[in-house]
Design a protein around this ligand. Structure first.
Ligand SMILES: NC(=O)c1ccc[n+]([C@@H]2O[C@H](COP(=O)([O-])OP(=O)(O)OC[C@H]3O[C@@H](n4cnc5c(N)ncnc54)[C@H](OP(=O)(O)O)[C@@H]3O)[C@@H](O)[C@H]2O)c1
Length: 294
């Protein structure tokens, strides 16, 4: 199958390209600069432009674009960047797949859709929550509507924290724990959905190849943990106990996150993936950290 990836240079995109190619699929990458490699095609999301023929013959488009959520304080300008860098690419691609009769659009979204759900188990049927991230995810998912209206199979990936050897949350925490500065956040009771990057991209391949699934899909391990459990497991794997905690007001002030959304709780479970026969290779957090941190 020919699959076109947008946001392909990122943590998930680069792993997905490898996963799909290993499985025998052809992968083309959309790049926001001049193409340099034979598998690259140019596009300019703010200008609404995709190179002529870039999507020709594609059976799927996967959109993973977005400036990093944890890439700096959430100033007004940064919030605008987080929104625009997701909505513009999604609108451009949803329009293109609709116009060019491409049968599948797999579009990133996030666990943040659900807002703060406390201890409640969160399946795909749970209602949207409140807050900047929930509103962002609502608009991000709504930006795929043109494709849905045209009869395209649209999969919206509500992803938890993707854990990889380099980058993402592990990349941020590793130096802190190394310096024995690892700490739980706030009271640590908030649930954190997480997934090993190998399961993330295996699940995406499963969703691409299994044409019965559409709509929202929680992409996370079946075992969400609290921040206290997550911090303890990371400390065990790094041989650095983490008895400290960062008080909530310090987090809110430091991140420019006045509502404390970083501390929101999503006890998210992958109900749709399980119902469609996907099995995780890394359901255990201790085993995941052992595989990524050694
Ligand atoms: N990693 C996670 O834990 C996680 C969790 C939930 C949701 N997600 C979402 O899943 C998507 C992929 O995640 P990731 O971890 O792979 O992210 P990432 O490593 O930050 O990569 C995102 C990609 O988006 C593109 N991008 C960056 N800034 C952009 C901008 N201003 N306008 C348009 N495109 C831009 C870049 O690709 P190019 O330079 O190739 O265009 C970048 O490599 C993101 O939308 C992210 O929010 C990730």
């Amino acid at each position: 199958m020919k699959v076109v990836l947008a946001g392909a240079s990122g943590l998930i995109g680069s792993a997905l390209a490898g996963e799909l190619r290993t499985a025998g699929h052809e992968v083309l990458r959309l790049v926001r600069r001049a193409p340099r490699e034979p598998d690259e095609r140019g596009w300019d999301p703010p200008a609404g432009r995709i190179d002529d023929g870039a999507l020709a013959g594609a059976q799927a488009v996967v959109n993973l674009c977005g400036a990093p959520i944890a890439g700096g304080r959430w100033s007004h300008a940064r919030r605008q960047l987080l929104v625009n860098s997701r909505l513009e690419p999604t609108e451009v691609l949803a329009t293109a797949v609709a116009e060019q009769d491409i049968p599948l659009l797999v579009n990133a979204s996030a666990a943040g859709y659900y807002g703060d759900k406390g201890d409640q188990v969160v399946e795909e049927t749970a209602p949207r929550g409140a807050g900047f991230l929930a509103d962002l995810c609502r608009d991000w998912e709504a930006a795929t509507q043109r494709a849905t209206d045209a009869g395209v199979r649209v999969v919206r990936l509500r992803t938890g924290h993707v854990l990889a050897r380099r980058g993402g949350l592990v990349g941020m925490l590793k130096p802190l724990f190394f310096l024995a500065l690892g700490a739980k956040l706030g009271n640590g009771r908030q649930y954190m959905p997480w997934i090993h990057v190998e399961d993330q991209v295996a699940a995406m391949r499963h969703l691409i190849e299994n044409d019965t699934v559409s709509g929202a899909v929680n992409v996370c391990s079946p075992n969400p943990v609290t921040n206290t459990e997550f911090t303890a497991a990371f400390g065990r794997a790094m041989h650095r106990p983490a008895p400290l905690f960062v008080p909530a007001p310090v987090i809110k002030l430091g991140a420019g996150d006045s509502d404390g959304e970083i501390l929101y709780s999503q006890r998210m479970v992958p109900t749709v993936l399980a119902a469609n026969g996907f099995t995780h290779r890394h359901p255990s957090l201790d085993e995941t950290f052992a595989s990524l941190l050694t």
